[in-house]
Design a protein around this ligand. Sequence first.
Ligand code: AQP
Length: 333
Amino acid sequence: RPRIFSGMQPTEDSLQLGNYIGALSQWVALQESYDAIYCVVDMHALTVNPEPEKLRERTRRTAAQYLAGGVDPEGSTLFVQSHVPEHAELAWVLSCQTGFGEAGRMTQFKDKSAKQGTDGTTVGLFTYPVLMAADILLYDAALVPVGEDQRQHLELARNLAERLNSRFGEDTAVVPEPHIVKAVAKIYDLQEPTAKMSKSSSGGKGVIWLLEDPKVAAKRVKSAATDSENEIRYDPVAKPGISNLLTIFSALTSRPVDQIAADYEGKGYGHLKVDLAEVVVDFLTPFQARANEYLSDPAELDAVLARGAERARGLAQDTLDRIYDRVGLLPAR
Ligand code: AQP
């Protein structure tokens, strides 16, 4: 089976609905046909300087949400990035292959560093995409399921793989392909439907958190920003708010957007919002029950993560040995 890799950062207590629709639900759909490797990228989360206790707690919570979303811990490999030190080791090799200007062109870095100012911005935030490239190349991943916002980082990983191959020999690294499902690649903030729903967007008011009280989530859906017309149709340019609600509705019910839009022909926005609020509650309630079950037994969760790390490490060591050899590092005796 071809290999896929993906990960998310444990930067908040809860993932948000965009993480689920754009990434996690894709992971679950792909895990049967691929050798899937899913990682909680806690080292990436260090770029925002979290409280140590919070980071540990959020790492477990993120893993529990992967499992609650349907990641199969038997068929797939689920682990925590820092448990496999090869990620940081390969990142160093790759950082020596990355142009300073090339890294500086990453739009996510430009956006985040602009908010934080020069002194608040760490070197870790700058080299974040290089660590992400290491995550992917370490497992010879052929495919990387992510949301649209990660496209440029994926392109860097591809460029680095190609660079290694042209400098050190054709099969030094596997060049990964992004797997971005266009229809759900970008879920928007409910209050600001032209901005990506993100763990840090709109002060949280337009975000649906996977682990928040479903009643609060329902309220957020009902007060989503729309437009001054009254026609329900999918038109992301003219009607970003309504189109986003239709996309979320479609993703959570596995029904085509057009069909849903047709159901609401001639009906008011209120109808759509009330029904979508119910769909969201019906999704969140069992999701949270499953997540809480995993969280109620941290020892078992840690055991799942330990098994995953053991398998991941075996794969990672082989790749790192190969790349260390190609770039000319002397093997240790
Ligand atoms: N709104 C979204 N729509 C579709 N996909 C999304 N993803 C994130 N937001 C959306 C995808 O989820 C994964 C999250 O990976 P991450 O936690 O490493 O990265 P992130 O993009 O930093 O997450 P957030 O929630 O957007 O937090 P911020 O921006 O506040 O740090 C990725 O596959 C991403 O594409």
